[in-house]
Design a protein around this ligand. Structure first.
Ligand code: HEM
Ligand code: HEM
Length: 184
């Protein structure tokens, strides 16, 4: 269980698996979008589906155990800001894979999972290189959410990182150390 002085192994491991996964997926997603590097699409999608399992496990633990209590008394404004950012991060971690699956799956492009086919491509009978969307409107909604969600997540992660660095270097408290499994 999480306590004021120590976080559980599950909280720490899930935080860093999801954090590194999200940052890598954002970087690869932007690279794909900018360069049309189609060879990495299946890897991006597969890791996106895989990370969803860790995200769901993490959300389950948050619902069951609540948020970790702060290491010390923060100012009310700090508490409010960190709550907003933590909620944005949690919502972003679920919105990104869901919107990615809507965009690709319902767009007819298919959802691969490391060589397996979770949802098959839907090739056009006239030109098999083209695909037909299962639902054009939901695939479009997924695309808009994936692009917008990515930008909101980048802003939230930047604020979150700045907050963690402020706690460590300016306030000199144990917030970051506790998430690294260390004590002050
Ligand atoms: C789970 C976390 C995920 C994150 C953080 C993430 C992040 C991103 C980002 C930031 C982009 C660039 C979007 C843009 O600039 O418009 C992107 C593109 C893309 N993502 Fe994801 N993604 C995730 C999961 C998925 C999943 C599960 C799928 C599909 C099954 C997927 C499919 C795609 C595709 C096809 C693109 C390229 C879109 C284009 O070329 O415009 N993503 N992703
Ligand atoms: C960029 C590097 C990162 C650092 C240095 C970092 C650091 C931290 C620290 C120190 C805490 C504890 C805050 C507290 O005790 O009040 C925390 C909590 C949290 N972080 Fe991060 N983090 C990073 C990236 C991320 C990313 C990318 C995500 C998700 C997209 C994320 C999601 C969360 C969430 C939701 C919490 C709330 C506590 C929990 O649910 O475990 N973090 N982070």
């Amino acid at each position: 269980m999480d306590s004021t002085s120590k976080l559980s192994t599950a909280t720490i491991a899930l935080h860093w698996i999801v954090a590194l996964g999200m940052i890598s997926l954002i970087a690869s997603g932007i690279y794909m979008h900018e360069t049309e590097a189609f060879s990495i699409y299946p890897l991006h999608k597969s890791f996106g589906v895989l990370i969803t399992l860790f995200v769901l496990w993490r959300i389950y633990l948050r619902i069951k155990n609540g948020w970790p209590t702060p290491v010390r008394q923060y100012k009310p404004l700090e508490i409010r800001l960190s709550k907003i950012v933590h909620w944005l991060l949690i919502i972003g971690t679920i919105l990104m894979p869901v919107s990615g699956m809507m965009m690709s799956g319902l767009g007819g492009h298919g959802i691969p999972f490391f060589g397996l086919e979770l949802l098959a491509r839907n090739p056009s009978p006239e030109n098999p290189k083209e695909v037909i969307a299962y639902s054009e409107s939901l695939a479009f909604a997924g695309k808009v959410m994936h692009g917008l969600g990515g930008n909101i997540l980048i802003a939230a992660i930047t604020l979150h990182l700045l907050g963690a660095l402020k706690h460590h270097f300016i306030d000199k408290d144990a917030t970051l150390l506790r998430m690294l499994g260390k004590s002050k």
